[in-house]
Structures are given as structure tokens and as C-alpha cells.
Design a protein around this ligand. Structure first.
Ligand code: NAD
Length: 258
């Protein structure tokens, strides 16, 4: 039986690359976002065609606990279980603490942290029943170190690492592992879209913005690629990683070595 993989926030960027990598290894895949556009369903069909697996899109708003739990239930209803859960959905907002909009704080904590609590809680009974499972939480370099003006994001990503360790201890004898990936700067559509604004704001060309504004903290001076995060997630889901539990893998070009 093919494994069943559910990746939250996976119509773009890192989540899409992870879904594609897991499908490439033979998993049936559930992709998700909150939009429910025709192109979201088309993406699932593309993944299925390209990899010779089954793939569906399920709309669920990761800001809402009941949607998170319903997403896991939908995946299990369609494919029988959830073997691999990748908590990837995430948003960002940048502002000083004293000006940070309360609604943005609440949304970031809900989408970037609480959603993982809900999906893990809903998926664990299925994994325990199967006697096998993999949970991969997409944290960030900001799960380990801070940057100014990102209070909610940094707090949520630090929380993700705490949740990862706690869940890992609870599942340790069940054939299940729970780990996190901490990416540095990844060139996703979201990041790409910021470059023109940064060029304008700083009066710099594209290369200077990338080097001096975006990658100034990443010692390799290069973006991480979405495929590199996809491969890391795939490895964490392999048998080779069955004794890797309750930890994180940094894929950050040396950012957090400093
Ligand atoms: P992205 O914006 O390209 O993709 C985010 C995905 O999440 C999209 O599919 C979007 O539809 C979905 N999403 C957003 N809000 C949602 C909601 N309420 N419910 C369901 N889905 C929702 O972003 P990305 O750069 O690929 O980031 C993915 C994850 O990786 C995030 O958790 C982010 O914090 C983390 N990360 C990104 C970087 C980076 O440099 N890009 C670095 C470290 C960590």
C-alpha cells in the first residue's frame, strides 16, 4: 500500500516542493490551502499525473482548529489513513512589538503554531493504529534565533520546536517520529515577489538587494532551494531516519552557526 502524505499550505513554495518530493517517492498526497481555486485542484492533478500516484486538493483554513482537524479527517476518508503529516502552512508580518497588529499576532500564532497542534492531535490516533508515522514540522531559522520586527513569527516558530520535542517524546515507542526542518532564506514565490519592492525602497539592483538585504545573514550567500527542503523532508520520512526523533535539521546556509 502506498503511504499517504498530507502537507498543509502546499499550493506554493516549500509545501508544494515537499508534496512533489513525497509523490515522487510513491506516496499518495493531499495538498491544501485556504483558497479552493480551480488551479488548486489542477495542481493536485499535475502532481498525480507527473508521479503516477493519487493526489487531491482539500480546502481548509489553518487559522481555524476545526478546519485543521477536518483536513486530517478528509485525508483519512479519501485514502484510509494519514502516514506522513507535514505542517508547512505559514504567514509572516513585520512590525515593531509595540505596533504589532493584534489580529496579525493572532493569525500568525494560529496558522504557524496552533494548526500543528490540531493536525498532530487529529493524525496521531491514525498513526498509532498503523504503528508507523512521520511528522515533519516546517519551522525556520527563526525557530532558533530572532530578528527584530518579527515577534509573532519568531515566537510561533520557537513554539513549533517545543511542540516537536514534546510530541516526539509522546510517540517514541510507537514507530512514529516527529521532527522539524529549519530553513534559512528560501526563494519561494512569496520571497521573489518582495524583490521589486526592495529594489525600489533601497534604490538597488536585483543582485544587490539579494546579496545585501536578503542574504546578508546567510553565510553561503545563496538561497536555499525548495527542492533541498523537499529532499530533507523525504529523508526524515525514510526508514534511515527512524531513530531521528524530536530534533531539527537546519538547512540555512550556515545562518545559525553564527
Ligand atoms: P508560500 O507563501 O510560498 O506558501 C505558503 C502556503 O501556505 C501557500 O500554499 C498558502 O496558500 C498556504 N497558506 C497560507 N495561509 C494559509 C491558511 N490560513 N490555511 C491554509 N493554507 C495557508 O510560503 P513558503 O515560503 O513556501 O513558506 C512555507 C513554510 O516555510 C512557512 O511555514 C514558512 O514560515 C516556512 N519558511 C519559509 C522560509 C522562506 O524563506 N521562504 C524560510 C523559513 C521557513
Amino acid at each position: 500500500m502506498p503511504r499517504v502524505a498530507l502537507v498543509t499550505g502546499s499550493t506554493s513554495g516549500i509545501g508544494l516542493a515537499i508534496a512533489d518530493a513525497l509523490a515522487g517517492s510513491g506516496c499518495n498526497v493531499v495538498i491544501n490551502s485556504f483558497t479552493d481555486r480551480p488551479e488548486d485542484h489542477e495542481l493536485a492533478r499535475d502532481i498525480a499525473r507527473k508521479n503516477g500516484v493519487e493526489a487531491i486538493y482539500v480546502r481548509a483554513d489553518m487559522a481555524k482548529g476545526e478546519d485543521c482537524r477536518a483536513l486530517v479527517a478528509s485525508a483519512a476518508a479519501r485514502f484510509g489513513s494519514v502516514d506522513i503529516l507535514v505542517n508547512n502552512a505559514g504567514i509572516q508580518h513585520v512590525a515593531p512589538v509595540e505596533d504589532f497588529p493584534v489580529a496579525r499576532w493572532d493569525a500568525i500564532l494560529a496558522i504557524n503554531l496552533s494548526s500543528s497542534f490540531h493536525t498532530i492531535a487529529a493524525a496521531l490516533p491514525l498513526m498509532r493504529k498503523a504503528g508507523w508515522g512521520r511528522i515533519v514540522n516546517i519551522a525556520s531559522a527563526h525557530g532558533l534565533v530572532a530578528s527584530p520586527y518579527k515577534a509573532a513569527y519568531v515566537a510561533a516558530k520557537h513554539g513549533v520546536l517545543g511542540l516537536t520535542k514534546t510530541a516526539a517524546l509522546e510517540v517514541a515507542t510507537s514507530g512514529i517520529t516527529c521532527n522539524a526542518i529549519c530553513p534559512g532564506y528560501v526563494l519561494t514565490p512569496l520571497v521573489e515577489a518582495q524583490i521589486p519592492d526592495q529594489m525600489k525602497a533601497h534604490g538597488m539592483d536585483r543582485e544587490t538587494v539579494i546579496r545585501e538585504v536578503m542574504l546578508e545573514r546567510q553565510p553561503t550567500g545563496q538561497f536555499v532551494t525548495v527542492e533541498q527542503i523537499g529532499s530533507t523532508a523525504l529523508w526524515l520520512c525514510s526508514e534511515a531516519a527512524s531513530q531521528v526523533n524530536g530534533t531539527h535539521i537546519s538547512v540555512d546556509g550556515g545562518w545559525t552557526a553564527q
